[in-house]
Design a protein around this ligand. Structure first.
Ligand code: ADP
Ligand code: MN
Length: 174
């Protein structure tokens, strides 16, 4: 598939800073910001409720159908806390955000999550569930792990992603 601009996926455990980073990156690049949670909520693309994790279950097929036209255009910054149900062909780069436990914990606690939910998410981050999922779902050379502990890290990550896009454009757009 040829696109004039690349599509980026920003993923990671909840609280690692996906929404904040994806917002900055899409502003800086003039790309379209796509929060999968927002799309699901706006169009009510749910398939039940997960009582254990206290969240909606996304209708993944409906999400993929809904996003297909956007992805065909290129220039999309998609953010979501999972990455294995999107078509592999959609993304030119996948950025997995990582945060140390001691920093992630207060971010999650301030959201008012239950202690069980926080423990599950911290565990998920320690055993790098999302990073493994990304490496299993996409070509290894398009998956980038980014530490996102501090605001300084965030600025560095924005710059790094923008540089990546510049390089992509040099080799893909004549
Ligand atoms: P996610 O979308 O991955 O759940 P958010 O972008 O909502 O995460 O960020 C979670 C919280 O952490 C927010 O309060 C946000 O302001 C803060 N945060 C995000 N990135 C950083 C960072 N690099 N340094 C410090 N705090 C951050
Ligand atoms: Mn978010």
């Amino acid at each position: 598939m040829t696109r004039l601009s690349p599509n980026l996926l920003i993923t990671g455990t909840p609280g690692t800073g996906k929404t904040a980073l994806a917002t900055l990156v899409s502003d800086r690049l003039k790309f379209n910001f796509l929060s999968v949670n927002d799309v699901a909520k706006h169009h009510q693309l749910y398939d039940g409720y997960d009582d254990k994790n206290d969240c909606h279950i996304l209708d993944e097929d409906a999400i993929v159908d809904k996003l297909e036209d956007y992805m065909a255009r290129g220039g999309q910054v998609v953010e979501y806390h999972s990455c294995d149900f999107f078509p592999e062909r959609w993304f030119d780069a996948v950025f997995v955000l990582r945060t140390d436990n001691s920093i992630l914990y207060p971010r999650l606690a301030s959201r008012g999550y239950s202690s069980d939910k926080i423990s599950d998410l911290i565990h998920c981050e320690i055993v790098q569930v999302i990073l493994d999922e990304a490496r299993e779902s996409y070509a290894e050379n398009i998956v980038y792990e980014l530490q996102n502990n501090t605001w300084e890290d965030q600025e560095h990550n924005v710059a790094r992603i923008c540089e990546w896009v510049t390089e992509w454009c040099k080799t893909h757009v004549s």
